[in-house]
Design a protein around this ligand. Structure first.
Ligand code: DGT
Ligand code: CA
Ligand code: ZN
Length: 571
C-alpha cells in the first residue's frame, strides 16, 4: 500500500461517514489525516515500521490502530464494514457537482440508485424531481453535473504541484553534485491553473549520475521509465514526474522546448523555418550545421525575438507581440503592496488579526484588508454590524503600533439570492473596502445570477466583486454568469474584479483577465487567506494575472495605501 492508496481509503471513509449522516467532525478528522499522509514526503510504510504513525499530524490512537491493521494486513475491517453499508457507487455520486452527502443518501435510500450511471438514467426519466428537497431544476443541474464529470480529467491544481516540484528541485540540488542547473518546465512553468504532470529539466555532463539521484529520492514510489535523457517516476502521492537531462551547452533549447506550450512551439518552429533554421529540443540546425544554445534567451534572440515570459507562451499572440516589441511588462509579485481579501478568526479564518498583520508585514505589504464574512453566511460565522464595530475597535488598537503599515477594515458581504446585500448601506459606508461575493444560489440561470452581480456592482459602496465566476477546480464549474455584461458594468461603475488566488479557485481565470485588461477593467489579486500562511497564495494569483497579460497598472493592490484609499473613496 502506498501513501496515495492509504489516503484514498481514509477519504472514502470520510465520505461514507458523511453519507451516513454522522457528525461532520469525524469526516473532517479523516480527511485531515489523509491530506497529511499524502503530503508526508516519505513512504508511510517506513513511518509505520519506525513505529511513528502517531507523529503524523491528525493521527490519534484510534486511527493509528486502523493504519497499523491496514499496513500490516492490507485490509481494514472497519472500512470493509462501511462499504457493505454504503456501496462504492454511492460514494462516487459525490463527485457529481451539486450532489452532496445528503442527496447521495436520498438517491440510494429512496430510489435504490447505486452508481452515477443509475443517477443519470433516473434523471433522464424525470424520477429525481419528486424527491424531497429536489425539483425540476435540481434534476437538470444533476444531469448537467454528470456531463461535466465526464469531461473532467485528473489534472492537479497548480498550488498542489508547486510545493512538490520545489521540494524535488531542492533535494536534487542538495544531493546531486553532477547537476549544474535544474528548472521546472511544462505547464507548471507556464503557471497553468491545473497541470497533468511535473516536468523537470537538468543540465549536466553526467546524466546517469543525475538519474541515480533522482530515482533514489525518498519521495519516489516507483520508476516508470528509466533512460539517460528521460526518466519518469511516480511519487508516493501519485504524481508523475518526468526528468530530462542534456549537456549544459544545449540547456537553453531543452528549456525552451519542454516549457511549451506545444502550440507556442509549433508557431516558433514555423518562424524558424522561415529563417532557414530548424528547431528542436537539441538546438537549431542551419544547412545540417548545429547551432547550440545554452540559455533560453538566446534561443529567442536567434529568431530575432526578445525572451518571452513562460506564462504568455500559449500561441495567443505573444510571438507577434514579441516581434513588434509590444510584449506587456507583466505584473510581478514584488509589485503587490497589499491584500484586499483576508479572513480572520472573527469569521471562518483561524488566525487572529494580529497574526495576519504580522504575516502581511513580513511580506512587505503596506496594507491588508480584514474582509470577514457577514451575517447571512451562518456556516462561516458571518459578522453582524455590532460585531463589525467590535472588530473595528481591535483594528484601531492594533494600528497604533504600526509605522509603515495599516490594517483596513472591509467585509466580504453576501450578495443574496435577490441581488441585495446582507448589510445596509449605512454600515457599508463605514468600511474601508467592501468586497461583495456570491456563496449561495451559484447554479441560478444566466439572467438571474448576472443581474445579481450587476446590482451589487451598482451599489456605490461595493468596491470589489470576489471570485466572480464561483468555480472550484475539480469540483464545481463556474456559474452561468454573462461575463460580457459583468465586464461592461465593472468598467462603467469602476468596480474592481477579483483574481482570487486560492489555488483551486484562480477566479477570474486567465482568459477573462485578458479581456478585463483589454477593456481597462480594474483588477485586484487577493489571497482570500483563511490563515497566516494563506497570504502566500498571492503568488498563484499573480501568476494567473500574468497569464492574462496583466501589468501592474491593471491591478489596484499594486497601489500605495493612499492611492488605494483615494481610488475606493471615489467609486
Ligand atoms: P500538461 O502536462 O498537460 O499539463 O501540459 P504540458 O504543456 O506540460 O505538456 P507535456 O507535459 O505533454 O509536454 C511538455 C512540453 O513538451 C510541452 O509544453 C511542449 C513540449 N511538447 C510535448 N509534445 C510536443 C509536441 O508534440 N510538439 C512540440 N513542438 N512540443 C511538444
Ligand atoms: Ca507536463
Ligand atoms: Zn473570502
Amino acid at each position: 500500500m502506498n501513501n496515495r492508496q492509504v489516503a484514498d481509503i481514509l477519504y472514502d471513509i470520510a465520505d461514507m461517514l458523511e453519507i451516513k449522516g454522522e457528525i461532520i467532525y469525524k469526516s473532517i478528522a479523516y480527511r485531515r489525516a489523509a491530506d497529511n499522509i499524502l503530503n508526508l514526503g516519505r513512504d508511510i510504510n517506513d513511518v509505520w515500521r519506525d513505529g511513528k504513525l502517531r507523529e503524523i499530524p491528525g493521527v490519534g490512537e484510534a486511527l493509528a490502530k486502523k493504519l497499523d491493521e491496514l499496513l500490516r494486513t492490507g485490509r481494514l475491517g472497519y472500512y470493509e464494514g462501511l462499504r457493505e453499508e454504503i456501496p462504492p457507487g454511492v460514494v462516487a455520486m459525490l463527485a457529481i457537482p451539486d450532489v452532496g452527502p445528503k442527496t447521495a443518501n436520498l438517491l440510494y435510500e429512496r430510489l435504490g440508485l447505486m452508481s452515477v450511471a443509475d443517477v443519470g438514467r433516473a434523471g433522464r426519466e424525470g424520477k429525481l424531481r419528486d424527491l424531497p428537497g429536489l425539483g425540476v431544476k435540481s434534476e437538470a443541474n444533476i444531469l448537467a453535473g454528470i456531463e461535466a464529470l465526464h469531461r473532467r480529467t485528473d489534472r492537479i491544481p497548480l498550488g498542489t504541484a508547486w510545493p512538490v516540484a520545489r521540494e524535488i528541485l531542492g533535494a536534487l540540488r542538495a544531493g546531486c553534485s553532477a547537476l549544474q542547473q535544474a528548472t521546472v518546465a511544462g505547464s507548471l512553468r507556464r503557471m497553468k491553473a491545473t497541470i497533468r504532470d511535473i516536468d523537470l529539466l537538468v543540465a549536466s555532463d553526467e546524466p546517469e549520475a543525475v538519474m541515480d539521484c533522482f530515482v533514489n529520492l525518498p519521495l519516489v514510489e516507483e520508476v516508470a521509465l528509466r533512460g539517460s535523457t528521460k526518466t519518469s517516476v511516480i511519487l508516493h502521492n501519485g504524481l508523475q514526474v518526468d526528468l530530462r537531462v542534456l549537456e549544459p551547452a544545449r540547456y537553453g533549447s531543452l528549456l525552451q522546448y519542454f516549457t511549451g506550450s506545444k502550440d507556442h512551439n509549433v508557431a516558433l518552429r514555423e518562424l524558424s523555418l522561415d529563417q532557414g533554421l530548424s528547431l528542436s529540443e537539441y538546438g537549431f540546425k542551419r544547412d545540417g550545421e548545429e547551432i547550440l544554445r545554452s540559455d533560453e534567451e538566446s534561443v529567442y534572440n536567434t529568431l530575432g525575438l526578445p525572451w518571452i515570459p513562460p506564462e504568455l507562451r500559449e500561441n495567443r499572440g505573444e510571438i507577434e507581440a514579441a516581434r513588434r516589441g509590444k510584449l506587456p511588462k507583466l505584473i510581478e509579485l514584488s509589485d503587490i503592496k497589499g491584500d484586499l481579501h483576508v479572513h480572520t478568526s472573527w469569521s471562518d479564518g483561524v488566525a487572529s488579526i494580529a497574526e495576519i498583520a504580522e504575516a502581511a508585514r513580513a511580506r512587505g505589504y503596506q496594507y491588508a484588508v480584514m474582509s470577514d464574512h457577514t451575517q447571512s453566511l451562518g456556516v462561516a460565522r458571518g459578522l453582524t454590524p455590532e460585531r463589525l464595530w467590535e472588530q473595528r475597535a481591535e483594528i484601531n488598537r492594533l494600528n497604533e503600533q504600526f509605522a509603515n503599515f495599516r490594517l483596513l477594515q472591509g467585509a466580504e458581504v453576501e450578495i443574496k439570492a435577490d441581488g441585495s446585500l446582507d448589510l445596509p448601506d449605512e454600515v457599508l459606508s463605514e468600511l474601508d473596502v467592501v468586497v461583495a461575493s456570491i456563496h449561495s444560489g451559484l447554479r441560478q440561470e444566466r439572467e438571474r445570477i448576472t443581474s445579481r452581480l450587476i446590482s451589487a456592482m451598482r451599489n456605490p459602496h461595493v468596491d470589489v466583486i470576489g471570485h466572480p465566476r464561483g468555480r472550484i477546480l475539480g469540483q464545481r464549474e463556474a456559474s452561468a454568469v454573462d461575463m460580457d455584461r459583468v465586464l461592461a458594468v465593472a468598467l462603467e461603475t469602476g468596480t474592481i474584479l477579483e483574481v482570487n488566488a486560492i489555488p483551486d479557485r484562480l477566479d477570474l481565470d486567465d482568459a477573462h483577465i485578458r479581456r478585463a485588461v483589454g477593456m481597462g477593467v480594474r483588477l485586484a489579486v487577493d489571497s482570500d487567506a483563511h490563515n497566516a500562511e494563506g497570504l502566500a497564495a498571492m503568488e498563484y494569483g499573480v501568476a494567473t494575472a500574468r497569464r492574462g497579460w496583466a501589468e501592474a497598472e491593471n491591478v489596484v493592490n499594486t497601489l500605495s495605501l493612499n492611492e488605494l484609499l483615494e481610488l475606493v473613496r471615489n467609486k
